[in-house]
Design a protein around this ligand. Structure first.
Ligand code: ZN
Length: 493
């Protein structure tokens, strides 16, 4: 397929108002073949898109998501991470492969329609993960036409739960069953089968990553076992790190050092690794992150909603840490609109820094949302910019909407004005997936109708906590409050 986007505008730092006009973009197959202000020979072009009054930009990258949480939008508020996890994970409800398919499809539809062309899905299953679950989520991304890297989330330790139980006299006596043992060899076999089937599928549009949940939640067997499988397929690792104060304290108790130092000592960091959150990272952690080339995925909406804190993004940016952005799961952040995430990223760090010269610029934020995310997914140097040879993931926005009228600076208006509703056309891997602001790759309405029907039954099955679950929840609530109130100073300049 060859596509010509004729006479559009593109982002350009050197041009007045951050915008270069009268640009022609030629897409051949899955890549950008040419981008020029010179006339284009239209012979052989299969599809012409009129770009006059449109801004073409690289597709945004959502570098941290959990697709099953599409069903959990709006279920919780006023709770920190350690408590919301109980809302669903103690219910015993396990989604079917079809439910997982629909959750990923609906999330992809929301992202594509609002200008995100890639997602890193840290995909979880409540209970043992099977290859059928993983097939379902990959099939959803295949059908939706979004670029996706999927990291099957795994954990075999729950130190915060153990500590909370130990701190409660009744629970500490051992009468409550809370065991959730993982069959590690089985998990690693499943992960390997997943890589074998899906890594590089759909012309490379779909990738596999290993997804240990987080350093404190995984034994060395899980961490190193999954890292070895990823390395065998020249892929990488994605995990949570330093999301909450409780985690930062626990890691220091368990390992005698921070989670980032622990990962570094284990030889598990590098340019192929991305870490979501890093809210509680200190100076030494940031040095390690910059030196190893690991990417930090900033999740401002989730960090705010769960009260996790403010990640030291300004420090990381100045130290040369690779930065990306993510919406996180919809249970803790509620939507997948990357323009919301860009705006929060641009805004929230300024209020905590007296030196305004250190604040993030809109250009910094756009870089995080494009090339930064591309690196996290394993597409560094191939994705995130409109240049010949790059993968053709292109979003066209109308410039005649209120958000861009009048135009003063394209970068700033993208970050601070736009909300995704100006998105008109979306191309992923050289294929049109959104046209006239409508998803054309799949039938969104029937997927939504089916999900509503399935969830109406599921919702009834998720009962309020009672019995032992409620006792553990109360113990965790006390433990979380106690730990969060502890004095803890991070070494930051
Ligand atoms: Zn997460």
């Amino acid at each position: 397929m060859s596509i010509l986007i004729e006479d559009c505008s593109i982002l350009d730092e050197g041009s007045p108002y951050g915008l270069k006009e009268n640009v022609n973009i030629v897409v051949q197959g899955s890549r950008i073949a040419n981008i020029t202000t010179s006339p284009i020979n239209k012979a052989g072009v299969e599809r012409i898109i009129h770009g006059k009054g449109r801004l073409a930009m690289p597709g945004l990258v959502n570098a941290h998501a959990h697709s099953p949480e599409t069903y959990l939008r709006g279920r919780t508020e006023q709770v920190p991470l350690e408590l919301w996890l109980f809302d669903f994970f103690s219910s015993g409800v396990r989604f079917s492969p079809r439910e997982n398919y629909l959750a990923a499809l609906i999330g992809a539809a929301e992202m594509l329609r609002t200008g995100a062309t890639s997602v890193l899905d840290h995909f979880w299953v409540n209970g043992g993960m099977t290859i059928e679950d993983l097939d379902a989520v990959m099939e959803a991304y295949r059908d939706a036409g979004i670029r996706a890297a999927v990291a099957p989330l795994v954990e075999d330790l729950r130190p915060e739960l153990e500590a909370a139980i130990k701190s409660d006299p009744e629970l500490a006596s051992g009468s409550v069953d809370h065991d959730s043992a993982l069959d590690v060899p089985h998990y690693l076999d499943t992960l390997e089968a997943f890589f074998e089937t899906w890594h590089g599928a759909e012309n490379g549009r779909l990738r596999c990553l290993a997804g240990p949940s987080g350093p404190q939640w995984c034994s060395e067997g899980v961490l190193h076992g999954s890292a070895e499988i990823a390395s065998k397929y020249q892929s990488g690792l994605h995990m949570h790190a330093d999301e909450t104060k409780l985690q930062a304290l626990l890691c220091r108790e368990i390992y005698g050092r921070s989670s980032i130092s622990h990962l570094h000592e284990q030889g598990l960091l590098g340019p192929h690794v991305s870490l979501a959150h890093c809210v509680w990272s200190d100076d030494q952690d940031m040095e390690i992150l910059a030196e190893t080339g690991a990417t930090v995925v900033h999740n401002p909406s989730s960090n705010l909603k769960l009260g996790s804190g403010f990640a030291p993004i300004l420090d990381m940016n100045e130290r040369g840490v690779s930065l990306a952005i993510g919406a996180d799961g919809s249970a803790s952040s509620d939507n997948h609109v990357l323009f919301d995430i860009m705006k929060l990223t641009g805004l929230i760090h300024s209020a905590r820094e007296v030196d305004h010269r250190r604040w993030l610029s809109a250009r910094d934020v756009v870089t995080m949302g494009t090339t930064g995310g591309a690196r996290a997914l394993g597409f560094a140097e191939e994705l995130g910019q409109l240049k010949p040879g790059m993968l053709a993931d292109i979003v066209l926005l109308r410039l005649d909407t209120t958000f861009f009228t009048p135009l003063n600076d394209a970068f700033r208006q993208l970050v601070y004005c736009e909300n995704g509703s100006s998105v008109q056309t979306v191309i992923v891997d050289g294929k049109i997936v959104v046209e006239d602001s409508k998803l054309v790759s799949v039938d969104q309405e029937s997927a939504l109708a089916e999900a509503r029907e399935l969830w109406a039954k599921r919702r009834e099955a998720i009962l309020p906590l009672d019995g032992d679950s409620l006792k553990i929840f109360r113990a965790m609530e006390r433990f979380q409050a106690e730990q969060s109130a502890r004095e803890f100073y991070l070494s930051r300049h």
